[in-house]
Design a protein around this ligand. Sequence first.
Ligand code: GLU
Length: 399
Amino acid sequence: MASEGSDDQVPAAAARASLASANRIVIKIGTATIMKKGEAGGTARPGSAGGVDVEYLHHMASEVAALTRSGKQVIIVTSGAIGMGARELGIPKKVRELRMRQACAAIGQIALMDEYRRAFGVFGLLPAQLLVTRDAWDNRSAYLNLRASVETLLEAGAVPVFNENDVVSTAEIGNAFGDNDQLSAYVASKADAELLVILSDIDALYDADPRSNPGARPIPYVSELSPAIIAAAGGAGSEFSTGGMATKLKAVEIAGDAGCKVVIADGRLPGVVSRILAGEPIGTLFDAPLGLRNRQRWIKNSSPLGSLIIDGGALEAIRAKNSLLPRGIKAVEGSFERGDIVLLKLEGSGEAVAKIVSTLSSSELARVAGLRSDEVGEALGSGAAKVVARPEETVFLGE
Ligand code: GLU
């Protein structure tokens, strides 16, 4: 965590400056940002003023046009379908019932895209609609198709505009993202975006709940999403300000795993995305300083083929960014080859603490578990690795 005068000022400034070089940017526009004030839940009657804030969308389109002119690729994740549908149906209050929300989404998505088409068309931009559910990420062939479509759209100069396919996605059947914060992080992660900008009516992460603490201060820079930061946000399960910080921090975690930086900012600030790219200290910047992002992500997301039971000393050593050595291994479970992903479990509690790429196979490890490094060569021959996993190939779980 960083605040003014802290040691993090130098990395904070460097991270802000690095945003200018982001080539692929995902912009997430929340309901409260895109709808006219008071319209997010569909408070107006059909035909009355309200719905999408056309002027705002026009400004956003002009920003996106400027970004694409300067060679950047922009992907949008938008909310607003349910709010627009409620408005079209003349529902005067927030829609809570699931089947009604789905009906509203079906009606409102067309109206929403209509506004995008109009606003973006003014600047010669072609928005493309992508409605997705979680399955598109869990199912490899669906995921590859989606990824190819996004690449093709970007190559063709179009602007992919994502929303959740609310009509078919429900938490009950487990295929829902649930909110567009997390959807935007998945999009940013899989599209290898360097920056995700979450625009909402929450202007930053605060060091305390700003609703109950008038002295709460915004945190301009977060180097790493630590448990302390989550606690500062009021705990992972809480919500404050006018939206949910918990879902935004979850999004930060998902994007961060992919090496994608995230900025949470007030969506209504004029020129907000360009100003963020210019290095202005707007909102909260969550850094993602992972060097080996694809490999680390692959390690974290892969199913392990076996487990190594390690002792407390080995855990301490690898947490201090040392290699895992045969000496700290107490037992080997499962059958795996050199280069496979293996889970590390702590002796005694059995708690899964990390995943590694194992340099040795399960049968080799069974022979050298507990041995000193100089004994490993004798047991396996001089060609075998003396370390089981290097720090850059060790990914801790639950962090
Ligand atoms: N998919 C929803 C909609 O378009 C929004 C979900 C969210 O805002 O998180 O209305």
